[in-house]
Design a protein around this ligand. Structure first.
Ligand SMILES: Nc1ncnc2c1ncn2[C@@H]1O[C@H](COP(=O)(O)OP(=O)(O)OP(=O)(O)O)[C@@H](O)[C@H]1O
Ligand SMILES: [Mg+2]
Length: 267
């Protein structure tokens, strides 16, 4: 974060405890606008919990979260989606028994939960459906999923599901996109095909925050890295600064698991 960068998200004094465990204890985090920020840290560091707090899927015990200078603490996900902030999940939430296109259309409603999606899918939204479908088709083409349009999403590969989630998150034209392990479960040889789509979001001026364990990926696409360990931010900087940071190396010793996700912790 340089002085010239505008702020997309600011978290101040954010604490979340589970039982006696301080899962998140962040004094201050600033996410720059229009850049790709990687959130890294060992398993159980609190990355997903922090994502849940930022995106309204969980409530802070204390502290404040701001989006574009507005206090959004405690706002539910669908209101945040309306304000331009969406997230994807560490474990994909693709609905296997719906087509790729239908999965995408559900994204137009913002993040209200699947039951809500399905209930309102037809009816209330029928008049807007043509416009929604045009946007969905454009996104399917953009993310190379056009050929999967009418297939059950359950037939997709891991990489395609991740692309579908990305496309679905884009349905509301968000300015801030948070991706929890966008490469998890994807064959490393195919992970490369997910990098360009993520970079393209930044190149359109969007703010991207992503959780990732693979440092090669982080180095390749992140402008900025925030490192968490045991709920706290232990380092921030460019990928190069982080690579040689002693506290980061110490935090990872004996706990770094490489590139695979085991899907542990809160999803
Ligand atoms: N709903 C919950 N109830 C109780 N404990 C939780 C809950 N969610 C997370 N935790 C605990 O909080 C800590 C942080 O978990 P979190 O899932 O945020 O870590 P993470 O950095 O995302 O890890 P990973 O890299 O494995 O995804 C862990 O000790 C975890 O067990
Ligand atoms: Mg996690």
């Amino acid at each position: 974060m340089t002085a010239a960068d505008a702020v997309a998200i600011r978290a101040t004094g954010v604490v979340k405890t589970f039982g006696g465990l301080k899962a998140v204890d962040v004094e201050r985090i600033v996410i720059p606008k229009g850049r790709i920020t990687a959130l890294i840290g060992p398993n159980g560091a609190g990355k997903t919990t922090f994502f849940n707090l930022l995106s309204g899927f969980d409530k802070v015990d204390s502290g404040t979260i701001e989006l574009d200078g507005e206090d959004i603490t405690g706002m539910p996900p669908h209101r945040l989606a309306a304000k331009g902030m969406v997230r994807t999940f560490q474990l994909t939430k693709v609905l296997s028994k719906m087509s790729t296109l239908e999965n995408l259309k559900l994204g137009a409603l913002g993040q209200r939960g699947e039951n809500f999606f399905v209930a309102l899918f037809r009816g209330l939204w029928a008049d807007q459906e043509a416009a929604i479908e045009r946007r969905a088709d454009a996104l399917l083409e953009r993310f190379n999923l056009g050929h999967m349009r009418d297939e059950f999403a359950g037939t997709m590969s891991g990489g395609q599901r991740k692309l579908l989630e990305l496309a679905r998150a884009m349905m509301t034209d968000p300015q801030v996109i948070m991706l929890d392990e966008p490469m998890a479960g994807v064959n490393p040889a195919l992970a490369q095909s997910l990098l360009e789509p993520i970079k393209s979001l930044r190149d359109e001026g969007r703010t991207v925050v992503f959780v990732e364990h693979n440092m090669d990926v982080v180095r390749e696409i992140a402008d900025r890295v925030i490192v968490m360990s045991e709920g706290r931010v232990i380092a921030e900087g460019t990928p190069e600064e982080i690579r040689t940071n002693r506290a980061v190396v110490d935090a990872y010793l004996g706990t770094h698991r490489g590139t695979e996700s085991d899907g542990g912790g809160a999803q």
